[in-house]
Ligand binder design. Structure first.
Ligand code: 1HN
Length: 348
């Protein structure tokens, strides 16, 4: 039953009342209830695709304007077109394109924000995480969990570019951010390269290692070689109608997401395959690592090519068509939503 329409006098009385209580920092719930508790998510974010060819030119120009050291991190933020000025690509996630030129270093620091890197271009750079370096190669997925010391350097002779993903908006929402710079510009190596992967990422674990359920993984690099081999290894039989062949990255010691706030995924679509539309409550960021085709989000479509980045807002349906055999990396806040019992997915 709908209530009778209020008279103009009644509306005027209410409006005066709202004005008066507004002065006391009070506001009526009934005027905003529908917007506060919508029947389904209506994200203020938009879908968007950034072409790598253009991104690369723009970030190279930054390379001529400021050094990595002066910038601390030379990054162009990928801002959601509907959330300008907020430094975010979805309501909960930040993404940026980082450039490090030959001979440069990005100085060591740590913060409570968790970060991931997806290497896109160039060879010869490294990231050091808590005293261990890893060489960055195209397609490698590298993490710097909350409060781990990290610095980058380029020892090669090519510009190196990667995509950063951070949980900055989540930490900002919670007002829980801390950060500090190290006195050392580049961390001293405490262990040789490959130690963490051998110790924690080879289907074995140190005997005395008992991680807590939400503890981030000590494996801080997931080499593209291994990801490709896994996706190829599961590519027999029919691909899933909505996702093709898709795997989630995990902390091998717990089976949980590598970091508690950001979930990450690898996907393969065989040439000619088109997915059925799929939507989830987690807005997601996708990178094409190999191949090309068409992406549809809601009623918008784009062609995608290698290294293009696109964002899919919460509850908007995603559909992909691969013209060539295609590989994607993606990340979202799914583990947060799952921990809170909020995550939903709908296969259309
Ligand atoms: C950060 O530490 C990195 O370590 C990149 O490469 C981007 C954006 C905001 C805050 C910290 C990095 C960042 C960041």
């Amino acid at each position: 039953m709908h209530a009778a329409k209020p008279s103009p006098e009644a509306l005027q009385q209410r409006s005066d009342y709202y004005q008066r209580i507004g002065g006391r920092h009070l506001t009526p719930l009934w005027e905003v209830l529908g917007a506060l508790v919508p029947p389904q998510p209506r994200s203020p974010a938009s879908a968007h695709l950034w072409r790598y060819r253009e991104l690369r030119d723009q970030v190279m120009e930054a390379g001529r304007l400021i050094s990595a050291e002066e910038a601390e991190r030379r990054v162009l933020i990928l801002e959601n077109p509907s959330l300008r000025g907020q430094s975010c690509i979805t309501q909960s996630l930040y993404a940026g394109l980082q450039l490090i030129l030959p001979g440069e270093v990005a100085p060591a620091h740590r913060h409570t924000q968790s970060a991931l890197r997806l290497v896109l271009d160039g060879e010869g750079a490294y990231t050091a995480v808590d005293g261990e370096r890893t060489t960055m190669r195209r397609g490698d997925f590298i993490i710097t969990p909350a409060w781990t010391w990290h610095d980058h350097g380029n020892l090669g002779n090519q510009p190196v570019v990667w995509l950063d993903g951070l949980d900055i908006p989540i930490v900002r929402f919670l007002d829980a951010g801390f950060a500090e710079r190290s006195e050392q510009c580049s961390q001293t190596a405490l262990r040789p390269e490959g130690d963490a992967l051998a110790r924690y990422g080879a289907n074995m674990l140190p005997l005395d290692y008992q991680p807590g359920p939400a503890e981030p993984t000590r494996v801080f690099v997931y080499p593209f070689e291994r990801t490709k081999a896994a996706l190829e290894g599961i590519s027999h039989g029919a691909p899933d109608a909505h996702q093709g062949f898709k795997l989630r990255y995990v902390n091998p010691a717990t089976g949980a997401s590598p970091m508690p706030t950001i979930g990450s995924f690898a996907q393969r679509l065989p040439a000619g395959f088109e997915t059925r539309p799929l939507r989830g409550t987690d807005g997601s960021v996708h990178v094409c690592l190999q191949g090309g085709g068409e992406v549809r989000v809601g009623d918008q479509t784009w062609r995608f090519d290698e290294s293009d980045v696109f964002v899919v807002p919460s509850w908007q349906a995603l559909q992909l068509r691969a013209d060539r055999d295609s590989l994607f990396f993606s990340f979202s806040d799914r583990p947060v939503q799952q921990a809170l019992g909020l995550w939903r997915e709908e296969r259309l």
